[in-house]
Design a protein. Sequence first.
Length: 443
Amino acid sequence: MDKVRGAAVKVLLAVHDDGAYANIALTEVFKKNHFTGQERRFLTELVYGAVKAGETLDWIIQRYSKRPMSKMTPAVRAILRLGMFQLFFLDRIPASAVCNEATELAKRYGHIGTAKFVNAVLRSAVREPERAFPAEDDTPEYLALKLQHPVWLIRRWLHAFGREETEKLCAFNNAPAALSLRTNRLRTNREALLASLRKDGAEAYASEWTPEGIICTKHGALESMESLRKGYFQVQDESSMQVAHVLDPRPGEFLIDMCSAPGGKTTHLAELMNNQGRIIAFDIYDVKLKRVEENAKRLGISIIETQCLDAREIGEPYFAQADRVLADVPCSGLGVLRRRPDARWKKSEEEIKQLPVLQRAILEKAASVVKPGGVIVYSTCTIEPQENEDVVRSFLDANAGFRLEPAGAYLPLKPSSHDMVQFYPQRDGIDGFFIARLRRGKG
């Protein structure tokens, strides 16, 4: 597995020292190297696990090294993070293999002294594993180390949920995420797609949350799947699939997607419209809009038009023209940390304080482009009330012409009576998501 660990070090270097996103850096490695299915799964587990553990691994390293992390080379830091992750969070790998492979990697990135240092630090951890963590207590600092999340986030969730739910939420975030697919019902149906995936060696089952959803617990390389190339499915989270159903578009209507990239929800809307009508997909990044266009083409969708524009600047000729508007706004993403391994270490409380201003501005613009009697869906992939209920409530207080409709009634397989829907990972077993449905009066 030296090839795999060597690749993992390269990805960790890209993430920690070049600011790369883990999923993108990992994808680049997969493109440039040939790995078996087993190697791909192990590499993904190593990278995502080590990135998620983040500052917890740095703490552990310093328990066994007198040399500060700041005095180590980037490569040594990456090798030690990878080694400590295997020793303390993967119980199936022999300690001797971890130490030996790390030593060989250190030789590749340094000299004999580097290798001796790495070997000594890791073997100390093997001899005295009890030194890795402080004595257990109820402090946020201890829980942050144990649960592999930033202290500020642990404090926030302890206040909101209490200890038991906080631990469940963090455990969900730390677990590997299964591949979630949305059947393209313009070209196939879920039963036929499931049969095709299983024929290709995948282990898959139908989602209990959406009629088009499929969960793959084992699969080969995505790019090698014939069903993907033929446009039979789109990768999309189960909670994200709820959004298009709540907007409930109809064939022939005119829709606006305020912040569309990469196009999962946009293409879902088009499929529910039977590819009949018109959707304008906005985003501020042209390169991301290219992905919307590529996905639409692969899925056989022709009604989506893309425009590179800030959602806050959308105006004429769309004033009061859209039958329905999706405002899936930029957010802190704290509901989808399971799928974004590096995100937890890049977020801050200050960001959560600032985002509602942007979110409210986009919602206000959505209100200006929806026609009388039309519908807006406001959604985020966070579990923070400041970005969710508070934004919607403040909008309704200032816009008497809009009313809240029960979003829960539109959930496809698990309808509820909730006016605003909030999915919590630790309670619902799917990614955290918020959805509110607003209707503009006809007067």
